[in-house]
Write a protein that binds this ligand. Structure first.
Ligand SMILES: *Cc1c(COP(=O)(O)O)cnc(C)c1O
Length: 394
């Protein structure tokens, strides 16, 4: 099956999403839909003997069901879930010791930037940022105390694509013990599977596409290595930022339609990006599915296409951005991304307001940069909405 030069969709993905970890036989009731188990404690047949579960923070049947499905979808062996994407990041940083260094890609999620700069550094972790699309910059930024590489691809909000395999190859040739973490929130395992390119950890804000319904905050880390899983399991329990069984149920349910949703996000966003490219008031469209994207070839090599989130620049300033965003009728002016509903936002004043002004200017997060999250509405209606809002603003 041709996917316009991008990687073929993973064979069996939808089947895994629907069946991995879901066997009815594991429940006494043989329930086909995994139950929500709210019990915080589990009966022990004898003191200090248990039948798989003892206390809800260290393990819960609804959570384990979700974790099994997540691990299978990314081609990992274990998944560990947390109360949010940032709780996941914070727990991953806790794998490190005081004095260790994290090298992060420069345009990461605003909250990740804030956590690294304002929290991790106070706890004695050294953090620096560089442009991961230039492998030489990555090479030069690795220090003797570097223990973790943090990368997001595509980046947020500028949609730069980082060559995961090239970064892994470089990092592992310098020192095998440096962990490579890929924040895969923007694409999901349907479109990109970083473990297959040698990454040690795939990290998600499940809040976005993986859940896809904008009604749960949650995060996960997926690994192949069981020693690493043991460390994360320990931290999940020791630090305690665990998700609720209700939320685990919702994400597990959402994964059943992940393949269908991502297919629609992929086609609709590409059609809209192409339409915007031709609009006279649009100066630049940053979408890795467009042949004009500077890392189009890398995107084709490591993804099965792009999701619904992308950015563009228009020829106006702050006034036009405000007018445009407030004129939209189908798109909702709001932060976040990855839901069934289309959203639009201004990174400068919203998602990336916590990034230092100097770094924002350097990256190109300007008054005219708008980020869209193309949802699952009819593509024609979305284009019509963008058209009327642009007409009203210029
Ligand atoms: C939202 C987001 C996060 C943070 O996740 P929360 O679930 O909001 O804590 C991290 N990375 C990316 C790319 C995100 O979009």
């Amino acid at each position: 099956m041709d996917n316009q030069g991008f990687l073929k969709d993973k064979v069996g993905f939808a089947t895994i999403a629907i069946h991995a970890g879901q066997d009815p036989e594991k429940w006494n009731s043989a329930a086909v839909v995994p139950p929500i188990v709210t019990s915080t404690t589990f009966k022990q047949p004898a003191p200090a003997e248990h039948t798989g579960f003892e206390y809800g923070r260290s393990g819960n049947p609804s959570r384990n069901t979700l974790e099994e499905c997540l691990a299978a979808l990314d081609g990992g062996s274990h998944a560990v879930t947390f109360a949010s994407g940032l709780a996941t990041t914070n727990t991953l940083v806790a794998l490190l010791n005081k004095g260790d260094h994290v090298l992060s890609s420069d345009d990461v999620y605003g909250g990740t930037n804030r956590l690294f700069r304002n929290v991790s550094t106070r706890q004695g972790i050294e953090v620096s940022f560089t442009d991961f699309t230039d492998i030489n910059k990555v090479k030069n930024a690795i220090q003797d105390n570097t223990k973790m590489i943090w990368l997001e691809t595509p980046t947020n909000p500028l949609l730069k694509v980082v060559d995961i395999a090239a970064v892994v190859k470089l990092v592992k040739s310098i020192r095998g013990d440096i962990l490579v973490v890929v924040d895969n929130t923007f694409l999901t395992c349907y479109l990109q599977r970083p473990l297959e390119f040698g990454a040690d950890i795939v990290m998600y804000s499940l809040t976005k596409y993986m859940n896809g319904h904008s009604d749960v905050i949650m995060g996960a880390a997926i690994v192949k290595d069981s020693a690493l899983n043991d460390k994360l399991r320990f931290l999940q329990n020791a630090m305690g930022a665990v998700p609720s069984p209700f939320d685990c149920y919702l994400i597990n349910r959402s994964l059943k339609t992940l393949a269908l949703r991502m297919e629609r996000h992929r086609t609709s966003s590409l059609a809209i990006a192409k339409w915007l490219q031709k609009h006279p008031k649009i100066t630049e469209v940053m979408h890795p599915g467009l042949p004009t994207h500077p890392q189009y070839e890398i995107a084709k090599k490591q993804t099965s296409g792009h999701s619904g989130v992308f950015s563009f620049n228009h020829s106006g300033g702050l006034k036009e951005s405000r007018k445009f965003l407030m004129s939209l009728k189908v798109f909702t002016l709001a932060e976040s991304l990855g839901g069934y509903e289309s959203l639009a936002e201004l990174p400068l004043l919203m998602t990336h307001a916590s990034v230092p002004a100097e770094q924002r200017a350097e990256l190109g997060i300007t008054e005219s940069l708008v980020r869209l999250s193309v949802g699952l509405e009819d593509t024609e209606d979305l284009i019509e909405d963008l058209k009327q809002a642009l007409d009203a603003s210029f």
